[in-house]
Design a protein around this ligand. Structure first.
Ligand code: ADP
Ligand code: TRP
Length: 353
């Protein structure tokens, strides 16, 4: 019979964390853990500080940042220059940046394990984006879904919206990212980053790593209260740090299809907060009782969100410390980005020896 290894023998163990998801932990920093940390894959991702994060952002992206921080060399940033394409208000921008940093920390990102920084503090992102611009054709970028959607809504879009995927390619390629956790809506942007890396490598020689998106099948598109993709800009979102009253109001406002016995969109949301078996039981016990099903979801959502909200309060009290964390993160990110940019400048022939 196979012998069950103890935690000590294995060198690691799985544990359910604050978010009720399994994470890999290394209790004793023995040889095994050191080997693991040497082989850690580089992970890069960011979120725009364009408003309060919602449960779509959390399950689609932010939760992966937390769960993967033990076994990846993670660079997580606040995409403020991307937000500038739509958010052009000084006080709102500064406030959102600090709030976003607090949100990251409150979800469980550990600044000892993750390099946490503000995109705009590393000028290499925009510098590399310019170099990529010179390798990218207009017709290629015109095929991007996000550009086409924005243009359909407003013909007078700014150049930043058009060039958005190239700045994003720079964010990722500058750090030799291997893994990029995002929601489904960002898939094409990661493909553009890969194409850009290939274009540069073919023109100037092997320089950039081709990144892979990490999109989890069951949470790739979380739906909002109206049944469409949840988004800050559609006004259909449930904030990740919502108060109990907001949760009650928003869940009760979820639009359901009265023709079926199971409100599929309510059930899909419920599956984010409870395991499948328990959700199935609730749905068979309360079949057709939409109000009760929503009440059950409210209860589970509150049980999940309340501890996150509590955790957030701790960081809100010390904004000075949060700013320090961002500064430290920027210093580390800057060193890595600087090295890469030197290589890039050498390759394109602008660095004279
Ligand atoms: P929003 O559309 O609300 O402005 P962002 O563009 O700031 O969201 O997205 C931040 C991260 O959250 C990205 O990785 C994005 O793919 C992910 N994300 C956003 N909305 C959803 C959703 N409804 N379901 C799953 N992931 C999402
Ligand atoms: N475009 C992403 C979003 O809307 C944010 C982002 C900017 C990003 N740069 C990135 C995500 C680099 C991953 C990697 O959510």
């Amino acid at each position: 019979m196979k012998k069950r290894l103890s935690t000590l023998e294995r060198g690691y163990y799985w544990k359910y964390n604050l978010h009720k998801t399994k994470v890999l932990l290394f209790p004793n920093m023995g040889n095994f853990a050191i080997i693991m940390s040497m082989n850690k894959k580089r992970l890069v991702s960011g979120i725009k500080p364009s408003g309060r994060p919602h449960i779509g952002n959390y399950f689609g992206a932010m939760r992966q940042f937390v769960n993967l921080q033990e076994i990846h060399d993670s660079f997580i940033f606040i995409a403020d220059y991307h937000a500038l394409t739509t958010l052009q208000n000084r006080s709102e921008m500064s406030e959102n940046i600090i709030e976003m940093a607090i949100d990251y920390l409150a979800t469980g990102l550990d600044p000892e394990k993750v390099t946490l920084y503000q995109q705009s503090t590393i000028s290499y992102h925009t510098e590399l984006a310019w170099i990529f611009n010179c390798l990218t054709t207009m017709p290629y970028l015109m095929r991007a879904h996000a550009f086409k959607d924005s243009e359909a809504k407003n013909k007078e879009i700014n150049v930043g919206v058009f060039d958005y995927p190239i700045l994003m390619a720079a964010d990722i390629l500058l750090y030799d990212a291997v893994v990029v956790p995002v929601g489904q809506d960002q898939k094409q942007h990661i493909e553009i980053a890969r194409d850009t890396a290939e274009k540069f490598n073919n023109t100037f020689g092997e320089t950039f790593v081709l990144p892979e998106p990490l999109i989890l099948e069951n949470v790739k598109t979380v739906t909002g209260t109206d049944g469409q993709k949840m988004s800050k800009s559609y006004g259909n979102h449930i904030p990740l740090f919502a108060t109990d009253d907001e949760i009650k109001k928003l869940v009760m406002s979820i639009v359901t299809d009265s023709g079926s016995s199971v409100p599929e969109n309510v059930k899909a949301l419920h599956l984010l907060f409870k395991n499948k078996k328990e959700v199935e039981k609730i749905y068979s016990d309360k079949e057709g009782k939409y109000k009760e099903l929503k009440e059950a979801l409210i209860e589970d959502m509150i049980a999940f969100i309340a501890p996150l909200r509590e955790n957030r309060l701790k960081f809100e009290k010390d904004k000075g410390e949060v700013v320090n964390i961002l500064k430290k993160g920027s210093e580390k990110a800057n060193e890595i980005a600087q090295r890469k940019m030197k290589e890039v400048k050498e390759k394109i022939g602008v660095l004279l020896s």
